[in-house]
Structure formats: C-alpha cells, structure tokens
Ligand binder design. Structure first.
Ligand code: SME
Length: 158
C-alpha cells in the first residue's frame, strides 16, 4: 500500500472523486475500525484542510471522541446534544451553515463556523459513530459534501 496521498486541486467534486478510491485502497485489507477511521480523518484533512475532522463513537448513551485531526475537542456528547448528538438521534446527516444559529451547538472551538455531521451505520442499521467536520468559514458544506462523505463513511465496516 502506498502511504502517500495524491492531493489534487480542482472543484470540490473533483477532490472527492480523486480521494475516494485512495481511501478505499488505504482501508483495503485492514479490519481495525480505529485504524481505518484514523486514516480516513487524516486523508480528508490533508485533501480539504478543514478546521477539524473526526469521529465520535457511540458508547452506551454517549458519543465518545475517536480518531480526529485538528484542535483538541470535547470528549463526550449525549444523545440529542449538539449537532453530533442530534445527527445520531435523527439517524441522518445534519448540515449547519452557521453554528451560532443552531440551538444547542457545542462549541469545541471558537473558530468553527459551519459544520456537517454524518452518521455511520452498523449492519443492524444502528448509528455506531458519527463523522463530524467543522469549517472556519460560514456556509462551507452542501449536498456535494453530504453525498461524498456519506459514501466515504460507507467504506467503514462496523
Ligand atoms: N460542534 C459539535 C461538537 C463536536 S466538535 O465540533 C469537534 C456539536 O455541536 O455536536
């Protein structure tokens, strides 16, 4: 396996299209979830340079911080709390163009301005983790991010 990512410039869609097969190759043959989440977060950070990107894993009644790239973050989030807890509760992706306008948003970093949270499902169709991406720009995430990030987390075997 080549460890170097091929980082491209181009449209957001072109970047996702170039990154997806590389992440697939990185994950190929590796069954450890934490290792795969760590490489996925690193690959996304390297290609897109977002402020924060990482996972929270469902553990009993909370989300607990998992592999991530970016500044230190809150470690535990209850069901229904913040953007992450709400995405877990509703079992669907949440895109927040302005975090200050999202009631209950958990500000781990004052630099975060917009956010997208994608649930990761296990074989029983339960949310087992979420992928959280934060940007230091307002209105950074859209349907293209949702489509490709949902496809990306679908590569994880839970
Ligand atoms: N902002 C998130 C908390 C996690 S951090 O941004 C890394 C939320 O409201 O759930």
């Amino acid at each position: 396996m080549a460890e170097d990512l091929h980082i491209i410039s181009g449209s957001k869609e072109e970047m996702y299209k170039a990154l997806l097969p590389q992440v697939k190759a990185l994950l190929h043959g590796e069954t450890d979830l934490i290792a795969n989440m760590a490489n996925m977060a690193a690959a996304l950070k390297e290609q897109f340079g977002w402020h924060w990107v990482g996972f929270y894993l469902v553990k009993e009644d909370e989300l607990v911080l998992g592999p991530f790239q970016g500044p230190v973050a809150c470690t535990r989030i209850k069901l229904g709390r913040g953007v992450c807890g709400r995405a877990w509760q509703k079992k669907g992706t949440l895109t927040v163009p302005d975090v200050e306008k999202f009631p209950g948003h958990i500000a781990c970093s004052s630099l975060s301005k917009s956010e997208i949270v994608i649930p990761v499902f296990n074989n029983n169709n339960e949310v087992a983790a979420v992928l959280d991406v934060d940007s230091d720009q307002l209105n950074h995430f859209d349907a293209i991010d949702q489509k490709y990030l949902e496809e990306m987390v679908g590569l994880l075997k839970l």
